[in-house]
Design a protein around this ligand. Structure first.
Ligand code: URP
Ligand code: ZN
Ligand code: ZN
Ligand code: ZN
Length: 455
């Protein structure tokens, strides 16, 4: 055996129990009490939890966006991931007009082969069908393990937005291929109209970023998307859900039996739109923006009831000087925040304080992401799965600060957040990549995860 983790409490989406875990060749090969193998390395996890590594299914690494490039390279982003107990990262490369899916994905793979500190997969953002060629190419992409594609209803200026017909074509094609469409739902025309009005009135602070796209602007787009997906009987995954009304529409469709998935992010669970009134409000600017308390409460209710399927980060950091471009004009603030290292510790802290169970935290951050997106070897501490393992100390206190994060970003919206309980070790396919505060992995050791379809 390569590794034997003894005396810990294993947590799966279904149960928690005391057992040892044996790892060989990167896989979990035995689970049981008092396992007695010879192993190269024996770890005593007595008093600690043994969890599957988290799967962050929503990140934007080294992404050209908002007049710059997001601040974490593939190396920095996946290093930070490892240190937060994330062992698989999904990136969102953006296909632009004239580009092919596989041309884009292969260029990203080349970088990740050298830089990835954890395993990685791609959802491909489609912005232009190239006269229909992309619909054909989606079949090849699916065979290569790219089994989900993303549409933006917003970001006209960035040439990322798709029109309604394109969205519907993609929904239908994905359904045919057993793939999924992920959607960023907000109404672009309303955002433009309200933005123009605020700028004319000299209302330029970060607070007006929120008011340019408040609750009903997201809700309208959620409803429109759910309407089509349900009528066309096509699966739909809504990313970074942040508003109550849209959430309720999704829950209704799910309850009626439609294949609809809901993702939210830690920032919507922790912060409300009040952060945009702060002096440093621009650092919190992301889209959709944080919403009011009512929406936040509804998100927590759906987290507890099982109606939200996944929690992921939308990690898309920008440096302070870039956020400062929008000091006097919220439209110049690059949209996005850091979070990849905070996802699992934050959700596990919610479990540790009794808000949700540890099983539910594991389900939201690892098991469901693996199931929904076809990572068949990941998402649980089970025999035969990859040995992506986090050892978690329920008693370790941790205060988030830019100084103890492993991202390249020079600030964090989570500064000062106190957590009770924290990961102490992360193993990627049996290799230690994070040890008590330090990244100890090797860039390039992360592997591409070829995903399956739902067919
Ligand atoms: O503000 C955000 N969320 N930036 C990243 C791009 C996106 O919309 O997911
Ligand atoms: Zn988005
Ligand atoms: Zn209808
Ligand atoms: Zn995003």
């Amino acid at each position: 055996m390569d590794l034997l983790i003894k005396n810990g409490t294993i947590v799966t989406a279904k149960e928690s129990y005391k057992a040892d875990v044996a790892v060989n060749d990167g896989k979990i090969v035995a689970i049981g009490s008092n396992l007695d193998f010879d192993a190269d390395k024996v770890v005593d996890a007595g008093g600690k939890l043994v969890l599957p590594g988290a799967i962050d299914v929503h990140t934007h690494l080294a992404m050209p966006f908002g007049g710059t490039v997001s601040a974490d390279s593939y190396l920095a982003g996946t290093r930070a991931a490892a240190c937060g107990g994330v062992t698989t990262v999904f990136d969102y490369p953006v296909q632009h007009s004239g580009e092919t899916i596989m041309g884009l994905i292969n260029s990203k793979k080349e970088v990740l082969e050298k830089e990835a500190c954890v395993d990685y997969a791609f959802h491909c953002c489609i912005t232009d069908l190239n006269g229909g060629e992309i619909l054909d190419e989606m079949e090849t992409a699916v065979k290569e393990g790219i089994t989900s594609f993303k549409c933006f209803f917003v970001y006209k200026k960035e040439h990322m937005m798709v029109d309604d017909a394109t969205f519907v074509r993609l929904l239908l094609r994905a359904k045919e291929l057993g793939a999924k469409i992920n959607l960023h739902a907000e109404n672009p025309d309303l955002i433009d109209m309200r933005t123009e009005q605020f700028l004319k009135e000299g209302k330029t602070s970060a607070w007006y970023h929120y008011l340019s796209r408040p609750e009903f602007v997201e809700a309208e787009a959620d409803k429109r998307a759910v309407h089509w997906a349900t009528h066309l009987d096509a699966p739909l995954y809504i990313v970074h859900m942040a508003d109550k009304e849209g959430l309720e529409e999704c829950i209704k469709a799910k309850t009626e039996g439609h294949e609809l998935y809901i993702e939210t992010c830690p920032q919507y669970l922790e912060f409300t739109c009040d952060v945009y009134k702060r002096e440093d409000g621009r650092n919190f600017v992301c889209s959709p923006p944080m919403k009011g308390k009512e929406s936040q409460d509804a998100l927590w209710t759906a987290i507890k009831s099982g109606m939200i399927d996944t929690v992921a980060t939308d990690h898309c950091p920008f440096q302070s000087y870039e956020k400062d471009w929008g000091k006097d004009d919220f439209t110049k603030i690059p949209n996005g925040c850091a979070g990849i290292e905070n996802l699992y510790p934050y959700m596990l802290d919610a479990a540790n304080s009794g808000k949700i169970s540890f099983e539910r935290a594991v389900e939201l951050c690892s098991t469901n992401p693996a199931k929904i997106f076809g990572c068949d070897n990941k998402g649980s501490i089970e025999i035969g799965k990859d040995a992506d393992i986090v050892i978690y100390d329920k008693e370790k206190d941790f205060t988030i600060s830019v100084n103890n994060m492993h991202s390249d970003c020079d600030h964090t919206i989570w500064e000062g957040k106190k957590l009770h309980g924290y990961p102490v070790q992360t193993y990627l396919r049996g290799s230690l990549v994070y040890d008590n505060g330090d990244f100890v992995g090797t860039p390039g050791n992360g592997k591409y995860v070829k995903r399956s379809t739902s067919k």
